[in-house]
Design a protein around this ligand. Sequence first.
Ligand SMILES: Nc1ncnc2c1ncn2[C@@H]1O[C@H](COP(=O)(O)OP(=O)(O)OP(=O)(O)O)[C@@H](O)[C@H]1O
Ligand SMILES: [Mg+2]
Length: 585
Amino acid sequence: MIELKKTFSKFSPPPHIRRFLTLVRVYKLELVVALICMVLSGAVSSALAKILGFLTDVGFYQKESWVIAATPVALIGTAVIFAVTSFLSNHYFYKINQNITADFRKQIFQNMLRWPESSYIASNAGRLSSTFILEANFMLMTVSKSAVIFVRDLFQILFLSAMLFWVNWKLALLAVIVLPLFYVLITKLNRLIKTQMSKTLVSIPEVVANVRETFEGERFIKSMNAYDQARERFQKVNTALKEQAVLMVKAFGVVDPLTQTLSMTMVAVVLTVALYLTQQGIMSIGDMVTFLSALMLLTPPLRSLSSFLGTFIQLDLATKTIFDLIDSTLEPDNGKEPFVEKVKTICFDNVELVYPDTTDKALDAINLTVKAGETVAIVGSTGAGKSTLVNLLPRFWLPTTGAVRINDIDINQFDLSALRRNISMVKQDVILFNTTVRENVAYGTGIADDQLIWKALEEVNLRALIEQLPEGLDTHVGNLGDSFSGGERQRILIARLLLKDAPILILDEATSALDAENERLVAEAMGKLQTGRTTFVIAHRLTSVKNADRIVVMDHGRIVETGTWAELASREGEFANLLSLQALK
Ligand SMILES: Nc1ncnc2c1ncn2[C@@H]1O[C@H](COP(=O)(O)OP(=O)(O)OP(=O)(O)O)[C@@H](O)[C@H]1O
Ligand SMILES: [Mg+2]
C-alpha cells in the first residue's frame, strides 16, 4: 500500500502545474461541458467497435435485411456525434485556455510596469517579450490542444479496454500486459525530453533578443560597417537554436516509434490467440471482429497518449517561467500619504546609496536642502553620482541610509503615484511612443482637450510644424519617434510636461545632444517649463547653468562644493577645475 502511495505521489504534478490547475477550476461550467463532450466522443468512437462486430454477426451471418439500411445510419450517426462533441470540447478547452493565457499576459505586463529598476537591469527586453508569445501563448495553446486529445483518448482507452474485457476478459488481460512497459518507457524518456526542451526554450528568446538589438542599433551597425559582426552574432544564436531544436525533435522522435512497436506487439500477440480461439469455435466471428476493431482503435490513442509526455513537460516549463514572472518582486509602494499641497523644501538628509551587487557608495553623505522655486544645478565629472542623486526623487532607487524629504515628510511615506505625478523628468534621449502626436503630447497627463494640447505645442514652438502636417495631431510619430528630430522630440516632451504641470522638475543632460539652433529652441521651451518650478538641472556644459540659483559640485558620490557661479569660480576648488577643463577660465 505504501509502495503504491509512493508510486502515486511520483505522479503528483509539480507545484506550478497544480497552481495552473487551480486557475482552470475558475471555469467550472465550461470545463464540465468540455469534459462531458469528451466522454461522449470517447464513448462514441469505442462504440464503433461494438457496432462493427454486431453488424458482422447480424448482417453477415444471420442475414437480417434491416441491417443494410441500419448500417449507414449507425455509422454516419456515430460520426456526427463524434464530430459535434469533438468540436464542442475543443472549443471550450481553447476558450478556457485563452482566457487563462490572456490573464497571464495581463499580469506579467502589469507586474513589469511596477518592477524596480534592478529588475529591469537584470532582465532582457527580447527575452521578456518572447515570453509573451512563446510561453504565454504558443506553449499553453499546445497544452490545450493536447489536453483535449489527452482526455478524449484516455476515455477512449478506458471504454475500449472495458469493451475488450466484456467480450473476452482473458484475452484482454493478455493485451494489458504491455502497459507496464509503456510506463517504464515514458518515465525513462521524461527526463531526456525535459532537459532538451528547456535548452531549446532558452535559445528561442536569444534569437528574439538579438533581432531586437539589431533593429534598435541598426544605424550604429550601418555606420560602423559592422555587418559581419552582426551577422556572426546572429548566426551563433541561430545555430544554437537549430542544434537544440534538432536534438529535441530527436528525443521526441524516439517516443512514437517505440510506442508504435509496443502496441503492434500487443496486437500481434492478442490477434494470434484470438484467431486460434475463433478457429476452435470458442469465440464467435462477431466477437473476434469486435475485439480486433477495439484493439485497432486502441493503438492510436495509446500512441497519442505517449506524445502527451512532451506536452506535460511544456506545461511544466511554461508555467514555471510564467509564475516566476507573476511572482516577481515589485517596487515598494507602501506610502499612503497624499502629496503635499505646496512644495516648500526638498531635503536630502545624510543620504547614502550603494547599488545592488556593488560595494562603492554611489552617493555618500549627501546633505542638501532646496527651497521651493529654486533652480539647483548639479555638475561634476562623469560617474560622480549626479543622475543617481536625482533618481532618488521619483523613488527609482531608495537610499541605503538617510532619507529624502519634501516639507519634512520622508518621500517613502507618499503614495508612489502621487509622488511621481508631481515630478517631471527630461533626459537626453526622448523616446516617443509609436502613436499619434496627440497621444504623445497628452501621454500620462490625463488631458484630452485639443485646445490645451495646441496651446502646449505653441509654447514649445511646434504648433506651426504640426499644423502643416497633413494629419495634424493625428500624425503618427513613427517607430520611437524617428520621424522627428531630436530637438523636436524633446520639445514634444516639454509640451507634455507643461500639460502635466508638476511642481518639481528634473533636467538630466537634457540639452547636451543638440545643435545650436535646436538648443536655442529647446532652451526657450525649457525656460517656460522651469518658470515657477523647483528645478534640478544636470549639465556637462557649464555655460548652460550660469543662471542657476545654486550650483552643487559632485565628485565620487559626494557634494564637494556649493555656491553661485561667481562664488565657485572665484575659489580654487573642483568647480574651478571643471571650468578650466572646459576652457572657461
Ligand atoms: N544601476 C546601477 N548599478 C550599479 N552601479 C551603478 C548603477 N547606476 C550607476 N551606477 C554607478 O554609480 C556611479 C554614479 O553614476 P551616475 O549615473 O549617477 O553618474 P553621473 O554623475 O550621472 O554620470 P554622467 O555624467 O556620466 O551621467 C557610477 O560609478 C556608475 O557606474
Ligand atoms: Mg548621468
